[in-house]
Design a protein around this ligand. Sequence first.
Ligand code: NAI
Ligand code: CS2
Length: 498
Amino acid sequence: MTPPIRLTSTSLAHCPSSLHGPGYNPSAYGVGMVHLGIGAFHRAHQAEFTNRVLAKYGGDWRSVGVSLRSGAVRDQLSPQDGLYTLAVKNGVVTAYSVIGSVADVLVAPENPQAVVELLSDEKIKIVTLTITEKGYCQDPSTNRLNLSHPFIQHDLANLNHPKSALGFLVAALKVRFQTHQQPLTIISCDNLPSNGRVLEALLLQFAENTDPALARWIKDNIAFPETMVDRIVPATLVEDRAEFTNATNLIDEGLVKGEPFSQWLIEDKFATPHPEWQHVGVQFVADVQPYEEAKLRMLNGSHSALAYLGYLAGYTFIHETMANPDFNGFADHLMRREAAPSLTPPKELDLEFYAGELKARYENAALQHKTHQIAMDGSQKLPQRLLGIIRHNLKNDLSYTACCLAVAAWMRYVMGTDEQGKPIDVQDPLAEKFKKIALQNGNDPQKLVASYLAVREVFTEDMQHQTAFREKLVLCLGQLLTDGSKKTVADFMQKRKP
Ligand code: NAI
Ligand code: CS2
């Protein structure tokens, strides 16, 4: 066999039948969108839906991805003419398809001006974002812009070379306002509740601080549809790339992987034309909020619970955690008995069925989704995933013990040492603060819970002073510290009311 060669538009022409090409000639179509935060998820989700549109209808809807931090994705995709493979793993076989909808990648810290120029170009109709929850620089205690965030402070003073996503958007909108005044649709695709409204409010606040006339123009001309995005896209492992090379004799440094399930709901509120996403599986709806809340609590809530408890129990992957019947039952209980009763789902969303579907998705062993990956940035995730359920259920006298155990597992995790005494690489903007709390309070669950509950970036004041919640947390954390995660979950399953 000849040695493997890099995936490019030339090598693609001779690709084996195990690899589906994009189904169109990418260079025939121009750019109409920009994506901020070109990580794995965008490439396996929004870019794939656009790829389907281009294959079916064509159009100048390719996108330029922008990396706001490192040049890694640019280095992966540029030598491949922007092409990369999506590996869809259904548990038994892997289907490989090449995506051609990403035309180029810019690295913002290397050339911020080029990014502002691109975003302000008239041909750009839509900007999408996946910049992680923390990328929005929101102050969780007020839900307003975090004016003490170093990037926001920098950008308010130096809008000509921004660093934050918001800074880039406002800098470009200012140019658009001062020149051609063409509208824009900006679509947040992050797992944030009311992602469109949140982004709009933060951007307007930033713009107000820059130029009130600009803020008024943004309000009147820019649309911020809400979205619900769903596809499990674990970080690519070295093994995934090696498997691809074995199957195709090609090298793809930009390969991403995902499950077969993929869903995108967008609020039907555009200021511009858009790709014909509605004909390739994207659902345009009048109100995304009930779907979004159901997804964040049922899926992301149980995912985070499995991540913290599973990691502490020594499981590397979600499917391994799910293979333990106690953890499997625990996830089921959290979804059906605690998350579902906290929701008002749309008529067509059957939460019992949804819970079953989610469990099957978590059990997909081919995905190799690390508990450590989901555990990341818990301070940014807990409120919308677990605390909303707890707040609702406390108020309505419904059960919330499984969610409480999940929050206690998060506390145990961010203490920074695992059950064997080995350090945990806690990746969170507040990691240092959490570690300090652990050092100051030893293994005293009462003191630990009191200190973690006082972290205003995560818990609101009313929750901090909820006696029943606090006492439950102390019991859960105490048991996690003495018995460990496996025994605590097993006990929970034994004692829970059927
Ligand atoms: P990733 O780690 O592959 O990429 C993250 C991207 O966000 C990178 O481009 C990174 O540079 C950027 N980023 C990180 N911190 C930032 C900051 N402070 N400011 C601006 N940009 C920042 O992660 P992935 O898988 O692409 O996920 C990104 C987001 O997409 C998630 O946080 C979530 O909100 C959303 N999402 C992810 C899903 C998944 O299964 N991976 C599914 C549904 C939504
Ligand atoms: C996960 C999500 O990393 C995480 O926090 O819970 O990214 C999850 O994979 C997606 O929301 C699924 O759509």
